[in-house]
Ligand binder design. Structure first.
Ligand code: NAD
Length: 280
C-alpha cells in the first residue's frame, strides 16, 4: 500500500505557486500518493485572525502538514506546539508538520537558501556578503549564509530600522562580529565578495535594479531571491559582467526539498526537483 500525504500551502496571492506541482511530482517519483493543495487566504477571505481556525480544520480534515507563506509566517508562530530553534531565532515558520496530535513549527527558507548557495557557489561559502533587503526573506538569507560559514554579512535596507532589527536578530545567533547593519552600500561592497538581493525590486511588476549598476563588479558573486521572473534584471546584468550568479529559483526549490523531507520523512532529490521546477 502506498503511503499517502495531504499537504497544502497557506498564503495570499499564491494561485500561481509552483510548489504544489514540485511536491506532487517528487511524491509521485517516490511512489507516494501525495496531494498538495493551494489554500489561498485572499480567495477564501481569511486573515491572520482566522489562522487558528484554519490550522484546526486542516488538522481535523486530515492534512499531514502545511507550508505557510506571506503574510502568515509570523502569525503562525504562537499556533504551533513545538518550534525549532532556528524558526524561533528567525521569528518565522514556513512549514507546519501535523504529527500525533502535535504541530511542529519549522523553517526551511534559511536552510534552503544555504543549500542552494553551497551547491552553486561552494567556493564562496566563507565570503563576506552584503545583504540588501532586511524583511523576512533577507533574515532567512542572512541566517543561511552565516550557517554556511560566511565571514560577515552586512545588512542594508531603505528603512535603516529594519536593517538594524535584522542585524540584531542574526547577531544574537551568530555573533556581533559576523553581522552589522550598514547604510553605505558602496563602502560595504568594497569590503565584500558577494551581494544578495532580498528586496522585491526586480519582481514582475516591480521592475528595476535594487542597487546602482556601477556597483556590480565582475569579481563579486550576485544572488537574488526573486524567481518571478527567474532571471531578474540584476541577474542578467551580473551575468553580462561575468559575475558568478545564484538566481532565486535555487532557494525556492531547496525550501521545498526541506519541506518534503519534513512532511514525508524521506530524502527528496534536489536535482530532480530543480529540473522539474525549470520545466514548469
Ligand atoms: P519584505 O517586504 O518583508 O522585505 C523587503 C525589504 O526590502 C523591506 O524591508 C524593504 O524596506 C526593503 N527594500 C525595498 N526596496 C529596497 C531597496 N531598493 N534597497 C534596500 N532595501 C529595500 O519582503 P520579503 O517577504 O522579505 O520578500 C522579499 C522578496 O523575496 C520578495 O520578492 C519575495 O518574492 C522573495 N522571496 C523569495 C523566496 C524564494 O524562495 N526564492 C522566499 C521568500 C521570499
Amino acid at each position: 500500500e502506498r503511503a499517502s500525504y495531504l499537504l497544502g500551502l497557506v498564503g495570499e496571492g499564491i494561485s500561481a505557486s509552483l510548489t504544489p506541482a514540485m511536491q506532487e511530482r517528487e511524491g509521485e517519483e517516490q511512489g507516494l500518493l501525495l496531494s498538495y493543495r493551494i489554500i489561498d487566504a485572499g480567495r477564501l477571505g481569511v486573515g491572520a485572525g482566522d489562522l487558528p481556525a484554519l490550522l484546526g480544520w486542516a488538522e481535523r480534515l486530515g492534512f499531514d502538514g502545511l507550508n505557510i507563506t506571506h503574510p502568515f509566517k509570523q502569525a503562525v508562530l504562537p499556533l504551533v506546539d513545538e518550534l525549532s530553534e532556528d524558526a524561533a531565532d528567525l521569528g518565522a515558520v514556513n512549514t507546519v508538520v501535523f504529527t500525533e496530535g502535535r504541530r511542529l513549527g519549522r523553517n526551511t527558507d534559511w536552510s534552503g537558501y544555504g543549500r542552494a548557495f553551497r551547491s552553486t557557489l561552494p567556493e564562496a561559502v566563507g565570503d563576506r556578503a552584503v545583504l540588501v533587503g532586511a524583511g523576512g526573506a533577507g533574515a532567512a538569507v542572512g541566517y543561511g549564509l552565516l550557517d554556511q560559514g560566511a565571514e560577515h554579512v552586512a545588512v542594508l535596507d531603505t528603512d535603516p530600522e529594519r536593517a538594524e532589527a535584522c542585524a540584531i536578530r542574526l547577531a544574537k545567533r551568530w555573533g556581533d562580529d559576523r553581522v552589522s547593519a550598514v547604510t553605505d552600500l558602496a563602502r560595504a561592497l568594497d569590503e565584500a565578495q558577494g551581494l544578495v538581493n532580498a528586496t522585491p525590486v526586480g519582481m514582475l511588476g516591480h521592475a528595476g535594479l535594487p542597487v546602482p549598476a556601477e556597483l556590480v563588479r565582475p569579481d563579486v558573486w550576485v544572488s537574488d531571491v526573486i524567481y518571478f521572473p527567474l532571471e531578474t534584471e540584476l541577474v542578467r546584468l551580473a551575468r553580462s559582467r561575468g559575475c558568478r550568479v545564484l538566481p532565486g529559483g535555487g532557494m525556492a526549490v531547496q525550501q521545498a526539498v526541506g519541506a518534503f523531507e519534513l512532511f514525508t520523512g524521506r530524502a527528496a532529490d534536489p536535482d530532480r526537483m530543480a529540473r522539474h521546477f525549470a520545466e514548469l
